[in-house]
Design a protein around this ligand. Structure first.
Ligand SMILES: [Zn+2]
Length: 720
């Protein structure tokens, strides 16, 4: 401890020199009466603390053993994170929930060609020829899909590319159906649960999902242990939960699965809409290759060809027998929660989280994020020891069982609905660091906030995180061609040549916050070539070889993540940018109107929603004036204004939720029913247009218009 505080003061000096030489804090940050004199000093003190070397040590401890959710090793990591939270002075507890989880007892896939010759028996163990120190641990589970049922099925194989709706449609147009067959999908293009969902809808008996070297293997670059890409036996585990229906514990949608929840409040597994009915199993390309090579029938389309050294065919010609024995049980999971009381606005919560559980070691996914969070907490702890008190309550969360379906975060959010009605932000990081390229997604009201934060953090490459981020995006845009180039040009025009920030779809723990409860959210990460996702090889050895050998990007992420928390917790007025939000909604409506016209649905009336969105922009401009020039800055007046500002996001929720998936209540953002991870904007309207259902589209347009009108009313009173 003494050693680290000595190096801390030296680091402060160096960083202060660095910051004044390379970056000057933005003089004017939305939400602060006087940022430069009030907050900039606190921020600099914070920024000096996150330590690259310590982050590396924390990562090594977190990833020492496989720690799948609900395992004894997972519990050990919970205790470790709790001890670090306590060390920093956070009020810390471990909150337990029960989750309906499967672990494999045994999994077997066998394939025969048309002559009955055995082609393969899998899954093969993951192995590379090297002194890889982690691959042979007996606690590594065989590859399997979370939420897959047990099953014993036999069928002809059909190759269906990425198993997107358009791929299944292509098969249908060739006169091939997948009924009673085993569908062979490659990873990519959508969420794996969607691949299974469509296969189930079309009557398939089972699904195999493999990693093609074209997508994350040798075709992209050197494979591990020679480079970052997926080796032959590397398998992508993963959940196939239908999370676009609802995430979290499958048997308790909408309510918290606390240990004492009575059994009659829980669904029967057969009634759970987010559990697949057909078995699925992930494979390496090593195991999928003999199946693909032996498939006969028509040649697969050009775009369906992968990087294996033969021409891919659709089938028939190969028969597969899958036998999956799953052990489903209610298992205990552990969320670690560490809080700091708020001095001025104690009911306004700033929540920040990252999951801790991993399919195996999880060096990148998720513990690079955990190490960054721990160093952010370290920085907050130093401020607390100097007597600093945040204006708002800060809550750091280390989620469990994210991999199985965002379970720890969803159950906790469902458990704290009343308090989260006052939560002013949720900041997420999952894959914290897989390389040097910073990226972010956010609700529109927080996009400028994320940019402001990154303008204060130095990049290991010189300048600020923001500068490097902007340069990377400009270079990427210059390399795009065709429609992608047009798309990029439109984006640049729309945001005035600023860095582009994505929309929140799903696939990580912000989902319950933004899409179920309407808490404004962001998600950040630092990316690079990363082919070992969800395999045994996502371990500490891979990380130091490929992602961040000196942990300087861990330090960068700790600073950005921590500064998000700090600048939200200490703002006088909530720094939401509703002008951007209104413009984005207006753009979504224009795009949907064009789609409706193309779909022959010109009768769909967009005018009331468009008028509401335009009014939103005008009112938001007035509110921005008020955020920037406060005439009454008493705590009571600020609290009242903040309550109204926060209410706007909640106004976007609809009581009844989306059609057939009432858990998703946000009218502007949802994960797509047929994409899974990627966001669908104004989802009620757009999915009805996709389904060419005019009645539903008109009904959803009314729901959307009501929501925007509510938000307009709130903005109007905030502007007064
Ligand atoms: Zn993750």
């Amino acid at each position: 401890m003494t050693g680290s505080s000595a190096s801390f003061s030296l680091a402060t000096l160096l960083l202060t020199a660095f910051l004044s030489a390379q970056t000057s804090p933005p003089p004017d940050v939305l939400g602060y009466k006087d940022f430069a004199t009030e907050q900039a000093k606190t921020d600099q003190t914070f920024l000096a603390v996150p330590d690259a070397k310590l982050a590396g040590e924390e990562l090594k401890i977190l990833t020492a053993e496989p720690h799948i959710a609900a395992s004894p090793e997972d519990h050990k990591t919970a205790e470790y994170v709790a001890s670090k939270f306590r060390e920093a002075g956070l009020d810390t507890s471990i909150e337990e929930y029960k989750a309906w989880l499967n672990l494999p007892i045994s999994v077997r896939v066998q394939a025969w060609d048309a002559n009955g010759k055995l082609l393969m028996t899998g899954p093969s163990p993951e192995h590379v020829d090297s002194n890889e120190p982690y691959q042979n641990d007996p606690r590594v589970t065989p590859a399997f899909n979370g939420s897959s049922p047990s099953g014993d099925v036999t069928g002809e194989v059909v190759y269906a590319n990425y198993c997107r709706p358009e791929d299944y449609d292509k098969l249908a147009s060739l006169g091939i159906d997948v009924k009673d067959k085993i569908v062979l999908c490659r990873y990519g293009g959508n969420f794996r649960g969607v691949k299974v969902y469509i296969a189930q809808q079309r009557g398939a008996a089972g699904v195999l999902i493999y990693s093609d070297p074209a997508d994350d293997g040798y075709y992209r670059g050197d494979a591990y242990p020679h480079g970052p890409w997926r080796p032959a036996t590397g398998v992508q585990r993963g959940s196939v939960q239908y999370l676009f229906k609802y995430p979290g514990d499958a048997l308790t949608p909408g309510i918290a699965s606390t240990p004492d929840l009575p059994a009659d409040k829980r669904l029967k597994p057969e009634d759970a809409a987010n559990l697949p009915k057909i078995p699925s199993e992930p494979l390496s390309w090593h195991d999928a290759s003999p199946i693909l090579e032996a498939l006969g029938g028509p040649e697969a389309p050009r775009e369906w060809q992968g990087a294996l050294p033969f021409t891919y065919h659709i089938g028939p010609g190969v028969k597969v027998h899958m036998v999956l024995k799953m052990d489903y049980q209610y298992r205990t999971i552990w969320d670690v929660i560490g809080a700091v009381a708020g001095a001025d606005f104690p009911d306004e919560w700033v929540v920040a989280g990252n999951h801790r559980d991993a399919w195996v070691y999880g060096a990148v996914d998720p513990n690079s994020g955990t190490a960054a969070m721990l160093e952010a907490v370290h920085g907050i702890g130093v401020l607390l020891k100097q007597g600093w008190k945040p204006k708002r309550r800060i809550v750091f969360c280390s989620w469990d069982a994210e991999e199985e379906g965002l379970i720890g975060s969803t159950e906790w959010a469902e458990d704290h609905v009343n308090q989260l009605a006052h939560a002013v932000a949720y900041f997420n990081t999952d894959v914290g660091v897989s390389g040097p390229s910073f990226e972010a997604a956010a609700v529109p009201s927080l996009k400028e906030f994320v940019r402001d934060v990154t303008k204060q953090v130095p990049s290991p490459k010189g300048g600020t995180v923001y500068d490097v981020w902007k340069k990377n995006q400009a270079e990427a845009a210059a390399h795009r061609h065709g429609p992608e180039e047009e798309h990029a040009a439109r984006d640049v025009a729309a945001i005035g040549n600023d860095v582009r920030i994505g929309d929140l779809g799903s696939g990580s723990d912000y989902t319950p916050f933004i899409q179920h409860l309407g808490v404004p959210s962001t998600d950040i990460g630092s990316n690079g070539p990363y082919g070992v996702y969800h395999s045994v090889f996502d371990d500490y050895a891979w990380f130091v070889m490929n992602a961040d050998p000196t942990f300087v990007y861990e330090q960068e992420m700790a600073r950005v993540f921590g500064l998000e928390v700090l600048n939200m917790a200490d703002a006088d007025v909530l720094p939401y940018d509703y002008v951007t939000y209104g413009k984005e909604i207006a753009d979504y409506l224009d795009a949907a109107q064009k789609n409706a016209k193309d779909a022959g649905m010109s009768a769909l009336d967009f005018a009331p929603a468009q008028a509401a969105a335009q009014k939103f922009v005008l009112l938001a401009q007035q509110v921005t004036q008020k955020q920037e020039h406060l005439d009454d800055d008493s705590t009571a007046a600020l609290a009242a204004l903040n309550t109204q500002l926060r209410q706007v996001e909640e106004d976007f929720l609809s009581e009844q939720g989306l059609p057939n998936r009432p858990w998703y209540k946000h009218t502007i953002y949802a994960p797509g029913e047929y994409t899974g991870y990627a966001a669908v904007v104004i989802p009620g309207v757009n999915e009805a247009i996709d389904a060419k259902d005019l009645t539903r589209a008109q009904q959803q347009m009314t729901v959307l218009t009501d929501a925007i009108n509510h938000a307009d009313d709130t903005l109007e009173s905030a502007a007064r």
